[in-house]
Design a protein around this ligand. Sequence first.
Ligand code: UDP
Ligand code: MG
Length: 314
Amino acid sequence: MALLSVIIPSYNEESNIKNTAKVLTSILDKANIDFELLFISDGSQDDTYDTILEVAEENKRVKGAEFSRNFGKEATIFAGMELALGDCCVVIDCDLQHPPEVIPEMYELWLEGFEVIEGMKSDRGKEGLFHKLFVTLFYNTMSKLIKIDMNASSDFKLLDRKVMNVLLGLTEKNTFFRALTFWAGFKSTTVSYEVKERQFGESKWSFFSLFKYAISNTTSFTTLPLQIVTFLGIASILFSFLIAIQTLVQYFSGKAVEGFTTVILLILIIGGFIMLSLGIIGHYIARIYEEVKGRPKYIIRQYTDNIRGNVIGK
Ligand code: UDP
Ligand code: MG
């Protein structure tokens, strides 16, 4: 029988682990699916890992690993795929905002031969206005840039072993899981679900971390901003050309002092464009620098005995 690995990124989720394990176990048992639950504690500061150990003690299908520090959700997904023994895997949030009842539905589609089953949000659930605005803006831009509808997509998806191996084989360190499965292709389909409210604990995203996430994902998926730099350069040269003509005309008609405004404007505009461009280029250089260093995506500090092999990081 095929094995399904459920990957559960968990960062300071001590209040959720037990409930999540229970709910997933009962749903998957009812659907007659052979599974393992992989809780990856992302360097949690609370008792997340101890709780995982406790649950694993009672339920042999529960496995867990803990990072040496917080590496981010992306890293936990990749660690989960690395440690998974399954013929397919599903990634689900520890707070069960992704409804676990959808997993059997995804699994059915997998049995029918689909290799990527994307969970699509039918609505985004309760989010603050500011959060919503920012997320919508980010995903709309991303969708345009990479030509994939990102607005409804999420990390909640089921992947066939083939797709997992493709993703695990990528050498890049800065990944964007949500978009990578679209990039990978394969026979895919979608399942829509409604985002639920978080029962315990609170969301780990601050505005600043979301902003960082947006920048890092944009630069890891498209080089369009670099081309915008060129465009801005050309635009400012054309603009300067017009101003140059105006300045010369004023000079020859003896009204040169007025041009002072123009000088200030020019310095501001060109200076602004240059700094913006340097900033964008800087982001890509930082990206290259990080990739060149070739450090692992994550470091595993410890894991439960029932997990396979001695995987230390990738
Ligand atoms: N998460 C993680 N590492 C982090 C932040 C979050 O593994 O640095 C996990 C978290 O435990 C949860 C999932 O990612 O299972 C989604 O996080 P959260 O619920 O805080 O985000 P939201 O649902 O508000 O987007
Ligand atoms: Mg959540």
